[in-house]
Design a protein around this ligand. Structure first.
Ligand code: SF4
Length: 432
């Protein structure tokens, strides 16, 4: 009988894409996916160490798996992802029943757990092994790793230096996905505009998007996460010019104070960041822009936090992903700066950012009332409603039935801070 696997994932889109790739490898060996660890022969826990909360969730999964392994010693257990590396010794001590610890994208040792002999998967990142898509949207990593070394971030230590996948390999993957009913791809990179600098001929993200735009059945292209310094005018012009590329930006600022940005080693000033947002909005006045903010970074004063709040008021982002700083072992900030902002102050700052974000998001969403937006129906939510996104990345729940995978015109009749709601304009407006 073929072995069965259970894959549990926490963390960013890149982690999700890694899990999908590993699953594709398992399936290629004829293995079967199961929805609970209880029915599996192999369990893989794909971890994230960017936030404490993500680590805690992985610990709690491993606590459950320990009981399963005690009851069934033949169960094979692997832990992969960003918690492996600096934390491996600690993990080995706490979870001695784990058979394999594998850093991100180092799948080989996990595949050796499988009884079926491992074939040649064609090198790093298994270029010819594609995940079978589960819906009309798919993630496609285009550049792995990060060279930036922001002081608070563990990613460059875990995922290594920036390495881009060749254009033709990505075109092959996206062609495969569209042949399997995918209509929208999200091109992924920790700093996605870094794409191509290490490839022969140095194609940039705009060049890649141009190539992908010619794939007939592909309707939409998204990209994330952006890094302001890498986001060149040339790339922005390509986004503005190519009809399939969505005007949707994830552009983390992290702080509104130059002193904090400098301490974080983000590589840009507040003014440079503001200029970048202006450039986006000049080229694409309706662009959706989301950002990320860290509150309570070591040494952040009330005034410096006030600058962040003011920046959010001035730039009016569609969404702000906020996190309270937590020291990540192995990072520069953890080694050099005491985590000196008290927890209650961090929590108060978190709430203040969230209040500003909610108010502004609602105001921006209300501007959509009465407009007609094209959305790609991505799936059916828990209330049985179809949902999808506008070209600017707004989540829209649809009042009546619509086919998953179709592009439909929706008249927006309700706006909340987190989502819009609307009704299809008429059934003839459905674009397939
Ligand atoms: S740009 Fe900075 S925050 Fe983003 S992945 Fe790289 S090091 Fe981490």
């Amino acid at each position: 009988m073929k072995e069965r696997y259970f894959l549990w994932t926490v963390g960013c889109q890149m982690n999700i894409a890694d899990s999908e790739k590993l699953a594709a490898g398992f399936e290629r060996l004829g293995m079967e996916s199961v929805s609970a660890a209880e029915g599996a022969d192999i369990v893989v826990i794909n971890t994230c160490s960017v936030r404490q909360h993500a680590e805690d969730r992985a610990y709690s999964q491993l606590g459950r798996i320990r009981l399963l392994k005690e009851a069934r010693p033949s169960l094979k257990v692997a832990v992969m992802g960003c918690m492996v590396g600096m934390r491996t010794r600690d993990l080995e001590r706490r979870f001695p029943f784990v058979d394999v610890f594998a850093p991100p994208q180092q799948f080989k040792s996990i595949m050796e757990l499988v009884e079926e002999p491992m074939e040649d998967f064609g090198g790093e990142f298994w270029p010819a092994t594609f995940a079978v898509p589960e819906g009309p949207t798919a993630f496609v990593p285009v550049v792995h790793g990060c060279d930036k070394f922001c002081t608070y971030c563990i990613v460059p230590y875990r995922r290594g230096r920036e390495r881009s996948r060749p254009v033709d390999e990505i075109v092959r993957e996206v062609s495969y996905l569209t042949a399997n009913d995918v209509r929208e791809v999200t091109l992924l990179g920790q700093t996605v505009e870094a794409y191509g600098h290490d490839l022969q001929g140095t194609p940039d993200l705009g060049d890649l998007m141009r190539e992908l735009s010619s794939i007939e059945h592909l309707s939409r292209i998204r990209f994330l996460t952006s890094y302001p310094k890498d986001m060149t005018s040339r790339i922005l012009e390509a986004v503005a010019e190519l009809p399939k590329v969505m005007e949707c930006f994830s552009l983390p600022v992290q702080a509104g104070s130059d002193a904090v940005l400098q301490s974080m080693r983000r590589g840009y000033s507040k003014t440079e960041y503001i200029e970048k947002v202006r450039e986006v909005r000049t080229l694409m006045p309706n662009a959706g822009i989301t950002t990320d903010v860290i509150v309570g970074y070591p040494g952040e004063t009330d005034d410096q936090f006030g600058e962040t709040l003011q920046l959010l008021e001035d730039l009016r982002f569609d969404k702000v992903h906020t996190a309270a700083y937590s020291a990540r072992p192995g990072t520069i900030a953890d080694r050099k700066f005491p985590d000196d902002v008290p927890t209650d102050v961090k929590s108060e700052r978190l709430h203040r950012v969230q209040a500003v974000e909610e108010r502004i998001s609602l105001e921006l969403n209300e501007a959509y009332l009465g407009t007609v937006e094209i959305i790609l129906v991505e799936g059916i939510n828990k209330r049985g409603q179809p949902y999808g996104r506008t070209r600017t990345g707004k989540l829209v729940n649809v009042d009546t039935a619509a086919r998953v995978g179709s592009l439909i015109d929706v008249s927006i009749n309700h706006a909340g801070p987190f989502a819009l709601r609307g009704a299809p304009v008429d059934s003839l407006a459905v674009v397939t």
